[in-house]
Write a protein that binds this ligand. Structure first.
Ligand code: RP5
Length: 189
């Protein structure tokens, strides 16, 4: 039985990351995995970062999902403070908090900055990294890690795969039946 306490800690560098990071929460919710969500900034709240790592260990989180944009040192720094596996989500910064006309609304490198910061952790503090803004994949990967301990997740993951398979078949049948032109009109109009 999955315990009624958080197994996954989701953290993000800023509230502006929440619009992407909620996709990790959604997947965990779908699988019935309880998670605890917080904002921890590696550069605005550096001491809190270390405290958070201790909190995660004390509460026996099995996985930490950490999302950040820009230079994105949060996932790597958390990984350096704990033995809990960290999944990093590189975020393409889209900062609604700054003025609408600001030239700093997007990160200069469109997410490549965060991707490289997170994935290129030097030997010793690995961060398993998903694609830019792919928070849902981080949730899914966490479920796969947890399935080694909580076997009910294995059947849930198999059902998830089967559903994906069936949805592609249904779309393909529709495409075959209607032909490409009609299919596109119907689906994307
Ligand atoms: C990073 O800076 C955060 O992870 C966020 O993606 C980015 C921008 O933060 P805000 O300026 O929107 O708070 O630390």
């Amino acid at each position: 039985m999955l315990p009624k306490k958080p197994l996954v800690g989701i953290i993000m560098g800023s509230s502006s990351d929440s619009k992407i990071m909620h996709n990790a929460a959604k997947i965990l919710d779908d699988f019935g995995i309880i998670h605890e969500d917080q904002i921890v900034s590696a550069h605005r709240t550096p001491t809190r970062l270390e405290e958070y790592a201790k909190h995660a260990e004390k509460n026996q989180f099995r996985v930490i999902i950490a999302g950040a944009g820009g230079s994105a040192h949060l996932p790597g720094m958390i990984a350096s403070h704990t033995i809990i596996p960290v999944i990093g989500v590189p975020i393409m910064v889209y900062n609604d908090k700054s003025d609408k006309k600001s030239e700093f609304k997007f990160s200069a490198f469109g997410g490549m900055d965060s991707l490289l910061s997170i994935v290129e952790m030097p030997n010793g503090s690995p961060v398993a990294t998903v694609g830019v803004n792919k928070a849902a994949n981080a949730g899914l990967y966490a479920a796969k890690i947890l399935a080694a301990e909580f076997t009910e997740l294995k059947s849930k993951l198999k059902r998830f795969k089967e559903k994906q398979h069936q949805s592609v078949l249904a779309e393909s049948d529709d495409l075959k039946k209607n032909g490409l032109s009609k299919f596109v009109q119907k689906k994307f109009k």
